[in-house]
Every structure is written in structure tokens, then in C-alpha cells.
Design a protein around this ligand. Structure first.
Ligand code: ADE
Length: 235
């Protein structure tokens, strides 16, 4: 997968992708993240990319021309499955969307800044508008990093234990069960006996029940949906 991110703050993103799983995915050639500074695409003096909004509301708006020039240059090189705009008024990102997007080969992510981008750029170039939650960040960069991370870790070969993304919270609409590591007892606090039993079938059963219990307690909305969808509510 190749992700091209268009931003006014490239430095903010470069360090994020230079570490950990995201770095390894790029070293292995499984994922490529290319950050583009929108200022490189403006024809204005002093690299201006934003301007006051017509009608006089507060805040600066990203201009359509540098966005157009950057996206057009990228599209001249390859075809894209999606051009995503990060915005608090987009549809809320979740694991299902991450699963769907992780199958894409090439995507562009445009980060909004200041008061957003000229509406005509959204209408002309954007295929998906995504929010990472009902709160307002000072720009789309952190949101673009969140979405990229969620997609890249799903690509086969990125995580060393390939099954681990499948057992994440939300992957089957339940939260993940509790996990434990050594020591088996710490200051009187014990790991559940069943996890030390070596009985895979019983362990699997315990994990499922633990996931159900946690979801019921922490996310009753997800629990209700899961029991309804799986028919557990009528048993
Ligand atoms: N830009 C600012 N706030 C955002 C949010 N909540 N999600 C995505 N992009 C944003």
C-alpha cells in the first residue's frame, strides 16, 4: 500500500512514520508513506497556501489551487483508490472502515488546517471524508497518522504475529479479552488458572467469555449489537 499525505506541516508527520511498526513496514517494502508539503505546490510568493474566507467568517481557509496541483501531480503518476479528507465533519472512522481501506493499493490523504479547505476542493477531488472522533483537532495531521497506522498494521506481513491483528478489540465487534504475562503470581495477584492449563479449547472459551463480559460492562452499545447480530440474545 502507498499512502500519499498532503499537509502544511510535513515535519509533524515525518517523525511519526519513522518509528516502530510503521518504519518496519516501510523497510520491508509492504507500505510506503510519502508526505507532501502543500507549500511546494503554490504559485504564490512567500509560499502562501491559505486565505481569508469569503463572507468574512473567522479563520484561514486552504486554497484550492495548491491542492489541485498536488493531487493532479500524484494522479499523473498512478491511479488512486481513494482521496480522503480528514475533517471533524466526516464520517466517524472505525475498525470496519479500517478493514475496508486496508485493501486499497494507493490512497491520498489530505489534511485540513486552519478553518478547513475551500469547499470546491472537497467537491472536486475528495472521495471519502473521515473524522476520527467528535472533537476538533488543530489540523488533520494527527488524524491522518491515526488512520494510516490503523490501515498499515492490517496489511499481511506487517505484524510479526499475523494473527494478532485478527484478535484486536473491535475486529469481531467485541473488545479484546484481558491478557497476562509472567510472573504467574505478583504480590498475591494471580493469573487465571485456565490460562496456565495448556487446554487450548478451554482457553479459547475463557477468552470469548472474558471478551463478552468486558464488552457488556465497558461498551453496552457494542454488546447489544454483537448479541443481536450473532443471535446470542435469543438463546
Ligand atoms: N481535523 C480536525 N479535527 C479532526 C477530527 N476530529 N478528525 C479528523 N480530522 C480532523
Amino acid at each position: 500500500m502507498r499512502i500519499d499525505i498532503i499537509t502544511c506541516l510535513p515535519k509533524l508527520l515525518e517523525s511519526f512514520f519513522a518509528h516502530s511498526i510503521l518504519k518496519r513496514a516501510q523497510e520491508k517494502g509492504i507500505a510506503e508513506v510519502v508526505v507532501h508539503d502543500i507549500r511546494d505546490y503554490t504559485l504564490f510568493k512567500h509560499k502562501q497556501v491559505d486565505d481569508y474566507s469569503y463572507g468574512g467568517s473567522a479563520g484561514m481557509v486552504l486554497m484550492i489551487e495548491p491542492i489541485d496541483r498536488c493531487i493532479s501531480a500524484l494522479k499523473a503518476e498512478r491511479t488512486y483508490d481513494a482521496v480522503i479528507y480528514m475533517s471533524p465533519d466526516g464520517s466517524t472512522f472505525n475498525q470496519q472502515t479500517a478493514n475496508r481501506f486496508s485493501l486499497f493499493k494507493n490512497i491520498i490523504i489530505l489534511c485540513g488546517h486552519y478553518k478547513g479547505v475551500d469547499e470546491r476542493a472537497r467537491e472536486a477531488f475528495i472521495t471519502h471524508e473521515i473524522s476520527i472522533g467528535d472533537y476538533v483537532l488543530s489540523g488533520g495531521e494527527l488524524a491522518a497518522a491515526v488512520v494510516s497506522d490503523a490501515l498499515i498494521r492490517l496489511i499481511p506481513g506487517v505484524l510479526s504475529d499475523e494473527t494478532s491483528a485478527l484478535t484486536d478489540s473491535f475486529q469481531d465487534s467485541l473488545l479484546a479479552p484481558a491478557v497476562y504475562t509472567r510472573p504467574a503470581e505478583y504480590n498475591g495477584m494471580k493469573v487465571p488458572d485456565i490460562l496456565l492449563s495448556g487446554n487450548e479449547k478451554e482457553i479459547e472459551k475463557w477468552r470469548f467469555e472474558n471478551a463478552l463480559e468486558r464488552t457488556k460492562k465497558r461498551r453496552p452499545d457494542l454488546y447489544e449489537k454483537f448479541t443481536k447480530d450473532s443471535g446470542l440474545d435469543t438463546q
